[in-house]
Design a binder for this molecule. Structure first.
Ligand code: ADP
Length: 386
């Protein structure tokens, strides 16, 4: 697995259970997965390091999408099975490429355009109610590389946003950026799908996700009160994308639920991640087959596992770094306070806002689960003390 972050780390327990020898390529011995897995040290952008890490492997897969195309090509040239393949992965690496492909497939996406300078962005915003979302096509994550510009709620334009946009165009040095309409969504949804090289597909119940400042905060599965037709449409959309782009492994399709006056709500695709994803962490404790086990099964072309939920509701809340570097005491408190909470920590040093773990609870009473999961996460972070 290329990349030694928390996704690689969470792949280790199912690899042990399945009898799969997982080796990770990590930047440093302190990386989240390097602490717990057989590790080759090196950068995912270093072709020699990648080839050394992959040597003798049955299949190569990814903890993140930021592996350069030339490295992927060198890997494929050795005859190595790379899953998802570089052609599929390209759509998760480049948001413009992703928007083009989804548009060609006739799938619902926000209205979008390639914009090469501030004038083009202003023109796009003017056609879309005076606002736009500007995105860097490559390298963004957790809302980094996403900027909303334009008038908000009748307030005057915050000029500094336009200045930030101008600096992004300068940095892009002529390469186009992605402009999108600001989608007036009711809520955000995520569909997690797994597809194997044989073409078997499994789709977990559609989840509701909450992002705060571009960072995933909370996931509820299944999405409460989701219209049956919308759930079906979202699942079909995910299956269509997985098949059309020849995705192997787990893919998260993040999208928006959009209300349409007088008609059924719609699912609009925002983003693709071709790997296990934060919106699927609930599956570790809440589904018969976790996204991490399923990713291994899929990339190894094994039969896929049952994706049904273990309980009517599962709530996952991310633990973000706070002011207290020592998590131990709050961790003890949470375990003692609520034995039903499952705590997952990633072995990462604490920095404010950094994803350092998550908690999960599942059961019958959604309000109770939300309260317990939020309390546990907030307590571990140190944002509450009782
Ligand atoms: P990242 O790759 O950094 O996760 P995303 O494209 O997923 O970036 O955007 C991060 C968040 O920004 C989304 O989860 C959503 O809350 C908001 N967002 C992104 N695009 C739009 C849009 N077109 N309209 C409204 N909100 C958006």
């Amino acid at each position: 697995m290329l990349g030694g972050g928390q996704l690689a780390r969470m792949m280790v327990p199912p690899a042990v259970a399945l009898g799969v020898h997982l080796r990770v390529l990590a930047d440093t011995p302190d990386d989240s997965a390097a602490q717990v897995a057989t590790t080759v040290l090196g950068a995912a952008a270093d072709v020699d390091a990648v080839l050394a890490a992959a040597d003798g492997a049955a299949v190569v897969t990814f903890d993140h999408e930021h592996v350069p195309g030339d490295v992927l090509a060198a890997l494929e040239a050795t005859g190595m099975a790379v899953r998802p393949g570089p052609a599929a992965l390209h759509h998760a690496q480049d948001k413009l490429q992703m928007r083009r492909a989804l548009t060609d497939l006739g799938l619902p996406v926000p209205s979008w355009a390639e914009v090469a300078d501030l004038d083009a962005l202003r023109a796009f915003a003017a056609e879309h109610g005076g606002r736009a979302v500007l995105k860097t096509p490559r390298g963004g994550y957790d809302g980094k590389g996403v900027l909303v510009v334009g008038a908000s709620g009748g307030a005057p334009d915050p000029e500094d946003r336009w200045q930030t946009a101008a600096s992004w165009f300068d940095r892009a040095a002529g390469s186009p950026l992605l402009a999108e309409e600001v989608v007036p969504f009711v809520r955000e949804l995520a569909v997690l799908v797994a597809r194997s090289p044989s073409g078997q597909v499994a789709i977990w119940p559609v989840a509701q996700t909450l992002q705060v400042d571009g960072v995933c905060r909370e996931v509820v599965a299944p999405a409460p009160g989701l219209d049956d037709d919308l759930a079906g449409e979202a699942a079909t959309t995910a299956a269509t994308i997985a098949g059309a782009l020849d995705v192997t492994g787990v893919m998260a399709v993040e999208g928006f639920e959009v209300a349409v006056p007088g008609r059924a709500p719609r699912f609009v695709v925002n983003e693709l991640a071709m790997r296990p994803h934060n919106s699927g962490h609930w599956t570790i404790d809440g589904s018969v087959t976790s996204q991490f086990e399923q990713h291994l099964r899929a990339v190894l072309d094994l039969p896929l596992g049952d994706v049904r939920a273990r309980a009517p509701w599962t709530v996952m809340v991310n633990v973000l770094g706070g002011e207290h570097p020592d998590l131990y005491h709050s961790y003890l408190h949470v375990m003692a306070h609520d034995p039903g909470v499952k705590v997952h920590l990633y072995g990462k040093s604490v920095r404010p806002g950094r994803k350092i773990g998550h908690v999960t609870v599942h059961g019958d009473d959604l309000d109770d689960l939300l309260e317990r999961a939020r309390h546990a996460a907030d307590y571990i972070c140190g944002t509450i003390t009782s």
